[in-house]
Design a protein around this ligand. Sequence first.
Ligand code: SF4
Length: 472
Amino acid sequence: MARSYVVRTFGCQMNEHDSERIAGLLEADGLVPVDDEAAADVVVLNTCCIRENADNKLYGSLGWLKQWKEAGADRQIVVSGCLAQKDRDLVAHKAPWVDVVLGTHNVHRAAELVQHARTHGQVTEIFDAAVIDDHALFPSALPAKRDTAYNAWVTIQIGCDNHCAFCIVPAVRGTELSRPFDEVVAEVHALAADGVTEVTLLGQNVNSYGRDLQLAARQGGDAQARLRPLFADLLGAVSAVPGIRRVRFTSPHPKDMRPETFAAMAASSSVCEHLHYPLQSGSDRVLAAMHRGYTAQRYLARLGEARAAVDDLAVSTDIIVGFPGETDDDFARTLEVAAAAEYDYAYTFIFSPREGTEAAAMTDRFIEPAVAAERFQRLRVVVERSALAKHLARVGRVEEVVVEGPSKKDPSVQSGRTRQNKLVHFPAEHPLRVGSYALVEVTSAAPHHLMGRFVELVAEPTHRRRIPVLAG
Ligand code: SF4
């Protein structure tokens, strides 16, 4: 009988994408997926060290998985992801019943190591980026088990060359490496041939894509190095792939945002009108302490350029409240910038230290939890005000949505996602095929979603400038 597996993912899109690859590799090795641990022979915990209490969550899960493992012969536990990369031998030391500890740079070894551990016992294998070959570096080059057939993540870059004081990513994911241009485009062609219509280009700092390739070419004596493609070129090439109806990307860094990117977004009807544009703080003093590389004024100026270039652009952001040393005045600047930016939505976080980061050592400037919590609530009010205003402005419009299936909260209605990445719930007489495209008239709005009325299915992409506005 085939062995079975389940993957639990704690983390960002990059982690989820790695999980797809681990699942793909295990299935290529003959394992079958199951929904829960009780039915599994192999449990993979794909960890994240960006999220709060990541260590507690991991070791808490490993605590009860010890009993799970003891209850069945040939059961195996795999710990992968950022926390495995960061903690290395510590995972096996703290939880000696773990079978495989796998880093972020050797996802491609998942199936082999699971097999190896069955006969040889526990194995910890953490690669540093520099020692592996190009194809192993990029998880997109591996087989994948995607949850949905119509959309896919495509890794275009791994690692990060920035040093944001609060972030552990550069320490665990290494320096920035861009995936070769042709390889990215070829993968998107293959995905389109496989029925994928929406791709999300993934990287820690996507708009610096290609800089390392340019530099390497220059160092190699290539006189044409400066002509090597950058992110805007990649966006253009990917969006031109036949069959691809929607292109998204995440995350760009405001300091590296270029007019060419906005021009590429505007020029291609398949690039969605959504920009995730992380602010982090509206105070120049805090931004400098975070090493973000831009001021609030420059941030807003670039945002203005983006909105001028791309019609009907939705903008989301990340904001940290209570960064060490943040004063009332600093926080007031954040409220001002958030109000001026008029976000469609925001991921807001109360600062919590990540071990190993510069900010974690600023203990003498930590903000009282009650103060941070109160600021967090005030920021939420500002963000929800603009989110609701943006949503109300869409009432009466007909939007193209890609159908995601029945709503999680109310299965009697369907959910779909607009090009602006807005969730729309709408009743439909019959369940619609997941991944189909439909027109929906927006009938009401809330800060986090829209409600609508199903109009019709669409076979061809609706060009954004031709979506009608219904009267009334
Ligand atoms: S840009 Fe800053 S926040 Fe983003 S991954 Fe790099 S260091 Fe972390």
